[in-house]
Design a protein around this ligand. Structure first.
Ligand code: ADP
Ligand code: MG
Ligand code: MG
Length: 252
């Protein structure tokens, strides 16, 4: 469903991704691990279509379409969803209003009618309960004054509401205590589906005890240095980047 070939990306003239290739099939969960600054968020932003990320070489196809030719809104409509490492605060826009707009934008792009108010509320209440997102948080301005954990749980709530084809989670586990981590992992696991692909970006092996990936990739210096099964994450946890990739990667 997703095929990234020899991707090269620059930000502000600085080379950040250097020849990254990755294939994610429907139904698969891929974990991407890597040291700080290795380009994990950059990859996530490039997939979502954020401005300022210049692809200088390579290709990305999604469901047979050229993803790089698509606007961010078209990507969202096609089912690409990014749960951000640092979710943005939007003062003046209520969380639930934002969610309904996002849902309807996707539905409109797919030629579906708007979701009715009652149906929306029913679904929202059900998913919010699963994610432990309180009613009060649904009425507040999006992410405004939310704690780190509340922001992350809210991101997964958005994901559960939008039911994307490709879910990208950028360090959704960072800043979560163990209970919140479990809630988030349960929410993600509930969305595992034969028709859906997932890219789970994380710094820590711990998350992968709860969201068990089909494949693990180690990203360093803007390229995938190693790929393997879930055991690769344990190997990395034990020896660090130096032991896994060579001494030159020990201090990244
Ligand atoms: P990660 O998510 O793996 O920690 P990032 O993708 O956020 O890494 O960043 C990769 C590298 O790109 C880092 O060295 C970072 O400083 C640099 N970088 C990210 N955004 C910009 C930017 N807007 N301008 C210049 N450098 C950037
Ligand atoms: Mg980082
Ligand atoms: Mg990052």
């Amino acid at each position: 469903m997703l095929e990234i070939k020899d991707l090269h990306v620059e930000v502000d003239g600085k080379k950040i991704i250097n020849g990254l290739s990755l294939e994610v099939g429907a139904g698969e969960v891929h974990a991407i691990m890597g040291p700080n600054g290795s380009g994990k968020s950059t990859l996530a932003y490039v997939l979502a279509g954020r401005e300022g990320y210049e692809v200088t070489k390579g290709s990305i196809t999604f469901d047979g379409q050229d993803l790089l030719e698509m606007e961010p809104e078209e990507r969202a409509a096609a089912g690409v969803f990014l749960a951000m490492q640092y979710p943005v605060e939007i003062p003046g826009v209520a969380n639930m209003y934002f969610l309904r707009q996002a849902m309807n934008a996707v539905r409109k792009a797919r030629g579906q009618p708007e979701i009715g108010a009652a149906e929306f509320m029913k679904k929202l209440r059900e998913k919010a309960r699963l994610m432990g997102v309180k009613d009060e948080l649904l009425k507040r301005d999006l992410n405004f004054g939310f704690s780190g954990g509340e922001k992350k749980r809210n991101e997964i709530l958005q994901m559960a509401m939008l039911e994307p084809r490709l879910c990208i989670l950028d360090e959704t586990d960072s800043g979560l205590d163990i209970d919140a981590l479990r809630t988030v992992a349960d929410g993600v696991n509930a969305l595992r589906d034969p028709s859906r692909g997932m890219i789970v970006i994380t710094h820590y092996q711990r998350l992968l005890d709860y969201i068990v990936p089909d494949r693990v990739h180690v990203l360093a210096r803007g390229a995938i240095q190693r790929s393997g099964s879930k055991e690769l994450a344990l190997e990395l946890e034990e020896g660090g980047y130096g032991a896994l990739l060579g001494p030159e990667f020990a201090h990244e």
